[in-house]
Ligand binder design. Structure first.
Ligand code: PLP
Length: 388
């Protein structure tokens, strides 16, 4: 089929007409179990009634005014995030890459305001992903994402994932901070070891650098706590959030502790749409659901349930699957066969997943998924493996 869209997404064949809970439906009424959830976005499934209500109520009142004026919904969202996390202040934007970009700007500006303007370099780790605008592609240093886009040295360095000594060596008097995903998503679902994260925290404290967690994918309940770092016992200075923050409505946020946040003086940064009433009304409704007593405990329990079942599939089909990884409802199947082929065959069985890393598929059901739906997904996976 010809398209007037650019080719950057390839040529996807599937198209959906509507969604309900954990399912998506084509125009012909074919039903798919959705364990992709818009790549970890629709945390409450499709068309959650509380989100529809929040969006409709706000749509009837006010959509957009710009940040020339105070926005009650964004004030409320920021103060709730401050109550629920390490952060004191938040900047709202519209996507993950913008949230990351804001974090990078905070790191540099913080050092500048502290009389160390040369400290501009930011260190990331191998196989990370931080978005597709220029600074995040330079940070993650994936050659495929960078090809043809960058000029010279963009001010980022990389250290091998998990190697604290290599990180210590990568730091010099020009380093402003370190960015890392507590759980890697695009790189294949990979947990960052706690002692490594603690090592990064210690290095940042020792050298007067800022530690930023990119929780665009692993945050907002996905791992069974509001943010993944909250289970790991290591606090960042800055955190990027997006994806599930709006449950499907575009919104990003960069959270920070008071000191780095203070570096962002009036006029230093901005976004026309950032923090608009519609996005913030929906994000507030997402937070209402995620903070209901027991909600996140249940995410953890469901995660443990599927993990165990996936583990036995790995044991049963060692020629097809190498291992299962992840935590909560952010799970990865690392493949012996081609992940593209496995994901295509799962689609033939009406199960949607997302490819990741070198050869993995991600299972990202909504946090509201039922045990019956998890079993249905597991049956589809077992059926696909059985008929390989
Ligand atoms: N950071 C991480 C960890 C991500 O997984 C993503 C998107 O997949 C991004 C940043 C970029 O987010 P967005 O696509 O909303 O710009």
């Amino acid at each position: 089929m010809t398209s007037s869209l650019m080719d950057n997404y390839g040529n996807p064949k599937l198209e959906f007409d509507h969604g309900k809970g954990t399912y998506l439906f084509t125009g012909d009424g074919e039903k798919f179990l959705d364990f992709a959830m818009g790549i970890a976005v629709n945390c409450l499934g499709h068309c959650h009634p509380a989100l529809i209500r929040a969006l409709r109520d706000q749509a009837d009142k006010l959509w957009h005014t710009s940040n020339l004026y105070r926005i009650a919904q964004s004030e409320r969202l920021a103060s709730r995030l401050a109550e629920l996390t390490f952060a004191d202040r938040t900047f709202f934007c519209n996507s993950g890459t913008e949230a990351v970009e804001c974090g990078f700007k905070i790191m540099r500006r913080f050092q500048y305001e502290n009389g160390q303007p040369q400290r501009k370099r930011i260190i990331s780790v191998t196989e990370s992903f931080h978005g597709r605008t220029l600074a995040p592609i330079a940070a993650a240093a994936n050659p495929v994402h960078m090809e043809g886009f960058l000029i010279g040295d963009s001010g980022f360095d990389q250290a091998p994932f998990g190697d604290i000594e290599a990180m210590a060596k990568a730091i010099d008097f020009n380093t402003a901070g370190i960015v890392i995903e507590p759980v890697q998503g695009e790189g294949g679902i990979r947990l960052t070891p706690i002692d490594y994260l603690q090592g990064l925290r210690d290095l940042c404290d020792e050298h007067g650098m800022l530690l930023m967690f990119d929780e665009v994918q692993c945050g907002m309940g996905r791992t069974g706590s509001l943010f993944a770092y909250q289970q790991l016992g290591v606090k960042p200075d800055i955190l990027a959030s997006a994806k599930a923050l709006g449950g499907g409505f575009p919104i990003g946020a960069c959270l920070a502790t008071a000191q780095p946040a203070m570096a962002m003086k009036a006029g230093s940064h901005g976004s026309t749409f950032g923090g608009n009433p519609l996005a913030c009304a929906v994000a507030n409704a997402v937070l209402d659901e995620l903070t209901k007593p027991g909600f996140l405990d249940e995410v953890r329990r469901k995660g443990e349930y599927v993990f165990e079942k996936l583990q036995s599939l790995v044991e049963q089909y060692p020629d097809i699957l190498l291992s299962v990884s992840g935590t909560g409802l952010m799970l990865g199947l690392n493949c012996q066969v081609s992940n593209t082929e496995l994901s295509d065959r799962l689609i033939e069985n009406n199960l949607l997943t997302v490819k990741a890393g070198k050869n993995s598929i991600r299972l990202l059901p909504p946090l509201t998924v039922s045990y019956e739906e998890l079993d249905e997904g597991l049956e589809k996976i077992a059926g696909t493996l059985g008929s390989w």
